[in-house]
Design a protein around this ligand. Sequence first.
Ligand SMILES: [Zn+2]
Length: 223
Amino acid sequence: MAKNNPELGREVNKYLDTLGINTPITEMVKADREEKLDRITDLTHEMLEVLGLDLTDDSLEETPLRVAKMYVDEIFSGLRYDTFPKCTTVENKFSSNDEFVLEKNITLYSDCEHHLRPIIGHAHIAYIPGKKVLGLSKLNRVTQYFAQRPQVQERLTQQIAHAIAYITDSKNVMVVIDAGHTCVSQRGIKDTQSTTVTATCLGVFGESGGSLRKEVMANINRR
Ligand SMILES: [Zn+2]
């Protein structure tokens, strides 16, 4: 059984385009894997040489190819539409329309697009299933898909929320991300303690005066 659904990936990305919240992606994303590996290997080699490293050293020799494979196959693989996870939904027989499902503490590893340094934290996703219910692990997989791009945390939060809304046909989705940015802790201001919290609240979760958002936040904060 295939783990990915390229067709759904195209649909979801097109939907994010219409909302103006997709990652700026060019046609180059469609180039084949070998071409990307070759070029990134050469460019990484050159960059490290310019920094003054001796790439003939046997410890460094393979680094450019290792970095290229890591970018293309792992940490930036979510730039491609065809790596979008398969997200089978089932008919909702379980919940009425005021009950939410919350999956909290989804491990999140992404990279900031301003410094290409890791963003490490957790995502929490709540939604009120309409006619369709999504398997819980798919919430992790959708999170991981969008996290595997150079990202801005605000946009990452929006992309996950709107993708879940699209896939489940639910208008009521809430995504909260709490993450530390290594570009803040390791360099610049060097604050190792601060984290950044972003939230996207769609439908009833976004209603002012509504209690659902508070209920979700209280659940997230309960360890
Ligand atoms: Zn940064």
